[in-house]
Design a protein around this ligand. Structure first.
Ligand SMILES: COc1ccc(Cn2cnc3cc4c(cc32)CCCC4)cc1C
Length: 281
């Protein structure tokens, strides 16, 4: 009786071992939403390329008609015809409901979502933090933090990730400690980071994981015209343990890990992809 049971247990364990060995980075047969592609230098585009290379079908959302052409042209460079592209103004709850309602119509279920959206008034990303206006503060919070919660809420209400899923957002060291000039965006990222933990807590029972990638500064459209940005990059090349800058491809690969089964035990977490800069004083 006992030995019978033991044999069964060992058999299940070995099967799990075989299953485990099959578990990998493949996203074949899965669909992911990528929010925030603006152009080929966007972090969101780096994520899209990594997910697509792993076999994922992609749905792109963008804000502002002027970006549609860029996103469409980029999506066409992926070797698959089934990408979806649709507008989504994340400051408008009705627009989010409509966009994700359309996604449900067209693809049924999604297996994950990359949220690569942030905004603040450029003039509030330099000088003293306390010069921030009430409007500027709320704008940065609304776009850079609440938008993740708003999207997660609609995904859950539409039961879009009914097979479980993985939500990834982008954050920055300036949300954990003072980084000169990051100012109001740092306060917004602190809010985003805490949201990741509370959303992970709420959604874990639905087998939906929520994590953040804290990327080192990358020269993208968002970073254009930021005061002292070049000095920030130089300091990283001089001090980061890996002595080099972060790029969109390595952020994309970490997103692939977080979207895949290999990260099935990780939720509510923040992973630095920053050449180790965050561990230095
Ligand atoms: C040390 O300072 C910085 C270090 C990195 C950056 C790059 N960066 C990271 N998150 C951002 C969000 C936004 C901008 C730039 C961003 C631009 C406006 C839209 C939202 C910016 C500063 C200021």
């Amino acid at each position: 009786e006992k030995s019978m049971e033991a044999k069964t247990y060992v058999k299940v364990e070995r099967m799990n071992e075989k299953e485990r060995l099959k578990m990998n980075l493949s996203l074949e047969g899965r669909t992911y939403v990528v929010m925030g592609v603006a152009n080929k230098r966007s972090i969101a585009w780096g994520i899209a390329q990594s997910l697509s290379k792993a076999g994922a079908r992609l749905v792109f959302t963008y804000a502002g008609e002027r970006l549609e052409k860029n996103v469409r042209q980029l999506a066409e460079t992926l070797d698959r015809e089934d990408s979806l592209i649709l507008p989504c103004d994340i400051t408008d709850d009705q627009a989010i409901k409509e966009a994700f309602g359309q996604i449900k119509e067209e693809v049924g279920a999604i297996h994950g979502l990359a949220h690569c959206i942030a905004f603040a008034n450029k003039e509030e990303l330099e000088g003293e933090y306390l010069n921030v206006s009430r409007d500027g503060f709320l704008l940065a919070q609304n776009i850079s933090s609440y938008s993740l919660t708003a999207v997660a809420k609609v995904v859950r209400d539409l039961d879009l990730m009914k097979e479980g899923g993985s939500i990834v957002t982008m954050t920055y060291l300036g949300g954990e400690r003072v980084v000169k000039n990051y100012n109001v965006m740092g306060v917004a990222k602190a809010s985003l980071d805490a949201s990741v933990r509370y959303l992970a807590n709420d959604l874990g029972k639905d087998n939906i994981r929520v994590n953040a990638i804290s990327a080192g500064p990358i020269r993208t459209l968002s970073a254009k015209g930021i005061g002292g940005f070049n000095d920030v990059l130089k300091e990283i090349e001089a001090k980061a343990p890996l002595r080099r800058l972060t790029n969109q491809e390595e952020v994309g690969d970490t997103a692939l890990f977080l979207m895949s089964d290999l990260s099935r035990g990780i939720t509510g977490e923040l992973i630095h992809v920053d050449s180790g800069f965050n561990i230095t004083g």
